[in-house]
Design a protein around this ligand. Structure first.
Ligand code: PRX
Length: 634
């Protein structure tokens, strides 16, 4: 059956939503509501905000007098953790499951809203007893275990901010994040399970704490049970602390100003060190709550699984905060998708009756490679909706996901967004006709465009800069301790338009096709890394004088890192040295940052002002035309 969203039929390869999904969708129609949301966004967002609890109502929905430093729900007082837990505990949801968890070895735990609320209150009191106050920043470096969720919510509850460092990061990445946040408390674990092996989180944390001695107390979750070093007077076991009388289950949420700091999350940018993206209680709460409810069409009986890591923005917004704000039942899994066998995910979907699966193209490609027999062995009929995020999804992976996993019954929500945006920006709804590889249309209240160098919209089909033309509630507020960098990075090129750093095309139906990063950010398996971080890790090795990193297309990872190194005088290149350098990058930043290969060169192509021309290295590596090389130094 041919259907249309506008007056004319859609072009290209189009997949229409199944009638049973369409007829039950939380949002029955897009065009009119989208138009209305742009005509009066403040009314739209005020209505959404009113679905949550506020200790004191806001006076103004949006204050743009100090743009680009926007403020939302000005004067309002709330607490996101209160809305995630205490709000539900007062209702029948008290006994609903909030979180179901499975560890990689197969152990399981689950928490009702009541149980999760108690754990969070207890840990909040533990933090308080360690002197953590409103405004402090607690660093969290954990595997994918329930304590990750508990620790984050406990911070929010007492008005402290969290800075979560992904458990796959290593010594230098952790140390520089601790230092930038000036954290006095670190929460970590004795290890985590991945592919049957232990990730030595505490050992890495010890090294990082030695480099950045701001940490006074380190709380250690017992996950693997292995022997680890514990420093007297600094390191404490989580379960010991939770057994003390100070860990009382009574700890009401601190009333927070809508604009008070909720968390910082470090992400890679164009230059230099990772930047601390700042999100606040009010706007972030309203936006993540609404986007999840509308896009993944949450129903009370759903079992929702976001397979990301809480250490990245996807996990912050759509494992921790948005599902709990919606009173949903979430599933969380600790380990690798193919451990011990490539059917691990499919087995868990069947076992727990998962109805919504949200993951990344790299995971889909990785599982697709093992063939259809693994998923086909399992009953996946509980699935209702699928999702993807992190990088453009290639149509081949999209179609496999759609037909083999979703059995052509489950629409795929291809959500485009960023650490900085806090929540989905360009995304289908379950009622949206889909085109494989396109994130489709903007969410309500979001206005996007594709523009040229001058900021003028480009014609349909042409590539240009993806920009966002008005503020939205979950937008980053600033870069932690660096407001200038915030202005330069996001608002300098086009003035009043937010610069995403991505290139995109808009087709004749208004569908957006994101192409990829235009800056020095590389997406490896959907993870965001900066060339600068990899390069500085390389030059921190005594053999390396200078280095450059680029991303080249890779079948499974989307992009893979290739590095070039100029060695110091007297150092001989060898395969062994290349391997040593790769491991060094892994030790400093984390395994995901290890270059695929390292090429030893005598010099790097640079502009006359001394900037490395990564674009040229990339063109040469791909055998493409070198383009404009007029600025190349002789
Ligand atoms: O390039 C875009 C890509 O991921 C970048 C943001 O990375 P990060 O801040 O780590 O957040 C990832 C999870 C929200 C974007 O600038 N990206 C994200 N989602 C998509 C995407 N590219 C294409 N399609 C997507 N659905």
């Amino acid at each position: 059956m041919e259907r249309t969203v506008t007056s004319k039929p859609l072009t290209g390869d189009v997949f229409y939503p199944p009638p049973e999904i369409e007829s039950q969708a939380n949002v029955p129609e897009y065009e009119t509501l989208y138009r209305r949301s742009l005509e009066d966004p403040q009314v739209f967002w005020a209505e959404r905000a009113a679905e949550l609890e506020w200790f004191q109502p806001w006076e103004e929905v949006l204050d743009d007098t100090e743009a680009p430093f926007f403020r939302w729900f000005v004067g309002g007082k709330t607490n996101i953790a209160y809305n995630c837990l205490e709000r539900h505990v007062k209702t029948w949801r008290r006994n609903k499951l909030a979180l179901i968890w499975e560890g990689e070895p197969g152990d399981t735990r689950s928490f009702s809203y009541h149980a999760l609320d108690r754990e969070v209150a207890k840990f909040a009191n533990v933090l308080k007893s360690m002197g953590v106050k409103k405004g402090d920043i607690v660093s969290i470096y954990l595997p994918r275990i329930p304590e990750q969720v508990i620790a984050m919510l406990a911070c929010a509850r007492i008005g402290a901010a969290h800075s979560v460092v992904y458990g796959g990061f290593s010594v230098e990445a952790l140390a520089e994040r601790i230092e930038d946040a000036q954290s006095r408390v670190l929460v970590t674990a004795d290890g985590g399970w991945l592919r049957g092996k232990i990730v030595e989180l505490k050992q890495i944390a010890d090294e990082a704490m030695a480099r950045q001695p701001t940490i006074e107390s380190c709380i250690v979750v017992r996950r693997t049970g292995q022997e680890i070093y514990m420093e007297a007077g600094r390191d404490y076991w989580w379960d010991d602390l939770m057994g003390l009388p100070i860990a009382s289950p009574v700890c009401p949420s601190e009333p927070m100003d809508a604009e008070d700091l909720l968390f910082i999350l470090y992400t890679s940018g164009t230059t230099g060190r990772p930047k601390g993206v700042v999100h606040t209680h009010g706007g972030y709460m309203v936006y993540t709550y609404t986007t999840l409810k509308y896009v993944f069409d949450l129903k009370e009986e759903d079992r929702y699984w976001c397979a990301a890591d809480p250490g990245w923005i996807t996990g912050h917004s759509y494992i921790v905060y948005a599902p709990l704000l919606n009173g949903a039942t979430s599933f969380m899994y600790e380990g690798a998708p193919n451990y011990p066998y490539p059917n691990r995910w499919w087995r868990m979907i069947e076992k727990y009756g998962i109805s919504i699966l949200y993951t990344a193209p790299t995971a889909i490609r990785g599982l697709m490679r093992f063939g259809d027999a693994w998923p086909n062995r399992h009953d996946l009929s509980s699935l209702r909706l699928l999702g993807t995020v992190g990088e453009p999804i290639n149509p081949e992976a999209w179609k496999w996901y759609y037909s083999v996993i979703g059995k052509e019954r489950c629409p795929i929500m291809d959500t485009w967004w960023q650490t900085e945006t806090g929540g989905f920006m360009i995304t289908p709804l379950p009622i949206t006709p889909l085109k494989p590889g396109s994130a489709t249309r903007p969410f309500f209240g979001v206005e996007v465009d594709v523009v040229d160098d001058q900021g003028k919209p480009v014609p349909a089909g042409d590539e240009g800069y993806l920009v966002i033309k008005r503020p939205w509630p979950a937008m980053l507020r600033t870069i932690y301790r660096d407001p200038e960098r915030y202005k330069n990075q996001y608002w300098s090129k086009f003035g009043h338009m937010y610069q995403t750093g991505d290139s995109a095309r808009k087709d004749e139906d208004g569908y957006i096709w994101v192409i990829g990063r235009m800056d020095d950010v590389i997406k490896v398996s959907g993870y965001r890394l900066g060339t600068a971080e990899i390069e500085s890790a390389l030059v921190s090795h005594p053999a390396v004088a200078e280095a450059a990193a680029i991303g080249l297309p890779h079948e499974l990872k989307g992009n893979a890192i290739h590095a070039y190194a100029v060695l110091r005088a007297g150092v001989e290149p060898s395969d062994r040295l290349a391997e040593e350098l790769r491991n060094h990058v892994g030790h400093e930043i984390g395994p995901i940052a290890k270059p695929e290969n390292i090429t030893f060169v005598d010099g790097l192509p640079k502009t006359r002002s001394g900037k490395i021309m990564r674009r040229l290295l990339k063109a040469r590596a791909l055998g493409q035309p070198e383009g404009d090389i007029s600025t190349l130094e002789e």
